[in-house]
Design a protein around this ligand. Structure first.
Ligand code: BMA
Length: 309
């Protein structure tokens, strides 16, 4: 039995559903807000640079796209310089009544992470660029630890396979106390690089972290999803990482697209019945969803673990 059941009508959103011209719809953040599901999705424009769109749904499966993009590269101040080549792969965390949106900001200087805030998904305020280059995949925990915000991220390195780190901040602007907490495992499905996926979900046994792992083949990279469990009080402590992946490219829209063999997640929405809707981009071209039981994912970490590194 697969641990994630793919929704029968996948893909749930494609470029054909977007009322402005784009080449893809993928790697979306999704949250529940006022009894609706808000999706902030990435699209490549026809020049290959990315923007963010917005779609809304009553049930988490059927989304309607807003007539205009949600965020495009900034034209103002410091953000303009660092978003010149596009903005990508948003993640959203609700904390203190505000939604924090992190996204990759591309420019001639590399890739760094922007942080924007919104309360209503109408008014958005860019707060800060919270990393230097090169970083991707920042997810912020929905709770503070000893008064500090915490985030997982993935810096690039020339001398180590790209790994998951944790950092803390008193104010969302200055970040520190960074340390590496999880690394790719050699000759394993995630051996090439790993990165945080959805913002962590609180469970009784720990923070559930849905991450992506990449395996290099003669035919390019294969992106899969895996799960890890972090200590509830000290998320830098990893209780267990599941040895097996939870999702890999299998459907035609995951195997072929803009980049082949990719499932890439930026969002998971826990539901009151113990299930979770996991959203992923298929082959960097379409949006997909599946459901899993949160306890099954936790058990996979605990019953069949591998070492964090
Ligand atoms: C990663 C990022 C993701 C993308 C993935 C597969 O490096 O660029 O946005 O989904 O590659 O192409």
């Amino acid at each position: 039995m697969p641990v994630i059941s793919r929704y029968q009508n996948n893909p749930i959103l494609t470029k054909d559903n977007v009322p402005y011209e784009v080449a893809t719809v993928h790697n979306a953040a999704v949250v529940k807000h006022n009894n609706q599901y808000i999706m902030i999705f990435r699209s490549h424009r026809l020049n290959g640079r990315s923007i963010l769109g917005k779609a809304v749904s009553d049930n988490g499966f059927d989304f309607k796209v807003a007539p205009k993009p949600f965020m495009t590269p900034s034209k103002d101040g410091i953000f303009a310089e660092y978003e010149e080549y596009g903005i990508e792969d948003p993640r959203i965390t609700l904390i203190d009544d505000e939604y924090l949106i992190t996204y990759s900001a591309y420019s001639r200087h590399g890739v760094r992470i922007g942080l924007a805030k919104t309360k209503d998904f109408i008014n958005i305020r860019r707060l800060s660029l919270i990393t230097e280059a090169d970083y991707r995949n920042v997810v912020i925990f929905p709770e503070k630890f000893n008064g500090l915000y915490a985030r997982l991220d993935r810096p690039h390195s020339e001398i180590s396979p790209w790994s998951v780190w944790i950092s803390y901040s008193p104010d969302l602007i200055y970040w520190g106390e960074s340390k590496v907490i999880m690394k790719p495992l050699t000759y394993h499905w995630d051996e090439m690089k790993i990165g945080p996926g959805a913002p962590p979900i609180k469970t009784q046994k720990g923070w559930l972290n849905i991450y992506h792992g990449v395996f290099s083949t003669m035919d390019g990279s294969v992106y899969r999803l895996g799960v890890a469990l972090h200590d509830l009080k000290d998320p830098s402590q990893i209780i267990a990482v599941a040895d097996e992946w939870i999702l890999q490219p299998e459907e035609p829209y995951e195997i072929t697209g803009y980049v082949h063999n990719v499932v890439f997640s930026c969002a998971a929405v826990p539901e009151n019945d113990g299930s979770v809707k996991i959203y992923w981009g298929g082959a960097d071209k379409v949006m997909c969803v599946g459901t899993a039981n949160i306890n099954d994912l936790v058990d996979l970490c605990l019953n069949k673990p591998r070492k964090p590194y």
